[in-house]
Ligand binder design. Structure first.
Ligand code: SF4
Length: 365
């Protein structure tokens, strides 16, 4: 991601980190919190439920208690923006071959040791330059760059939920869809509001064990599973990504448990992407994921009856393409982030007319 170049791309003035600190446009009252005695507040946005004293911030570092009122400091405070293929998110059953106007603010509510974007996710808003990009302008600029969707991504959209909710509404009014790329660590009420406004949520399920979530993520597994079930119940399109990290989350038992849980709780049609790990951030001691491990993970999940199991970060692999589960022919052919052919008619396989679930139409703008 060439995030340093994004200001030129947008032709918008950057606000230096220091100037942004005193810029009131970035500060809005938070939506999800409750007031407590002695000017304390309890944040109700994510399962951490931080209890925060006056003049203090929550764990994510982008929300601040000022005199007993809680504020988001990252409203429209965009520190990274890029035009990306939707396949890079990855969302494979969502407007294939289109671009997503992708934005992030600083901050995250977990601290994954393998984070690829730690330089924006693990910093406070004052530590990165930003651009003021209010929701209506974001929708307009997405249209200008011929992106049928806005992606809230790179860091953790949960911590800039107010901006996502308003931008998704502005986007919808302008005919631009919204997709959220998230770790899924969020409470039920804000999640329901997100589901009502956005068109797809991709969830990074970082492992299928509590131990991993505690030791590598500083989070918990159960709330993420609850999030996935709730998204399905709300009827919002979702796909699951699982970054396979050698020795940490790559056992047969874990893959099998994951496949059985997805099939039972979400259904076999939810796409599952096994993604190759590259040494990053605090896990530079581990090697990249061997291809054989990814293929083993896919074979186990295929055998358990999942219909759409992909292998990611291995350009040219046949498991990047979408195969019809009925006639076993390729219906969306991919090579890396490029879509080479789509053999679907109104969401059905062109060869055997099997319905392939996803959001396939409305990609032109
Ligand atoms: S969103 Fe931030 S402040 Fe709120 S509970 Fe989560 S980590 Fe704490």
């Amino acid at each position: 991601m060439e995030r340093r170049a994004f200001v030129q791309l947008l032709a918008l003035p950057a606000v230096s980190a220091a100037a942004a600190d005193s810029d009131a446009r970035f500060t809005v009252e938070a939506r999800f919190y409750e007031k407590l005695p002695y000017k304390k507040i309890r944040c109700k946005l994510c399962p951490h439920e931080c209890v925060i004293d006056d003049r203090e911030r929550g764990y994510c570092g982008v929300r601040e208690n000022r005199g007993g009122t809680y504020y988001s400091l990252v409203y429209a405070r965009v520190c990274a923006a890029h035009v990306d293929p939707i396949e890079k998110k990855p969302l494979f059953h969502f407007l294939p071959g289109t671009m997503a106007f992708s934005v992030a603010t600083a901050g995250c509510n977990v601290n994954c040791k393998m984070c690829q974007n730690w330089d924006i996710s693990q910093v406070r808003p004052e530590q990165v330059n930003s651009t003021y990009l209010p929701p209506r302008d974001l929708a307009a600029i997405s249209r200008q760059y011929q992106c049928p969707s806005i992606a809230y991504t790179y860091s953790e959209p949960v911590v800039f939920a107010e901006y996502v909710l308003e931008s998704a509404a502005a986007g919808r009014a302008a005919g631009v869809k919204s997709v959220v790329i998230s770790g899924g660590y969020i409470q039920e009420d804000p999640l329901k509001q997100l589901c009502a406004r956005v068109d797809a949520i991709k969830v990074d399920l970082k492992a299928f064990s509590d131990k991993f979530y505690k030791e590598v993520v500083n989070g918990e597994l159960k709330p993420i599973l609850n999030t996935l079930v709730a998204i399905r119940r709300q009827g919002t399109w979702t796909e699951v990504v699982y970054l396979v990290i050698p020795t940490l989350n790559d056992s047969d038992a874990e893959f099998q448990g994951l496949a059985r849980w997805i099939k039972a709780e979400l259904g076999p049609d939810v796409p599952l992407h096994f993604s190759r790990f590259h040494p990053e951030y605090l896990l530079k001691n581990l090697p990249p994921t061997p291809l054989a491990t990814l293929e083993r993970a896919k074979a186990i999940c295929d055998a358990e009856g999942l219909h759409y199991v992909y292998i990611g970060n291995v350009p040219g692999h046949p498991a990047e393409s979408t195969w019809c589960p009925r006639c076993r022919r390729v219906v969306v052919e991919r090579a890396g982030f490029t879509v080479r052919a789509v053999h679907l008619d109104a969401g059905k396989c062109r060869f055997c007319h099997q319905t392939i679930p996803g959001i396939w139409a409305g990609g032109h703008i």
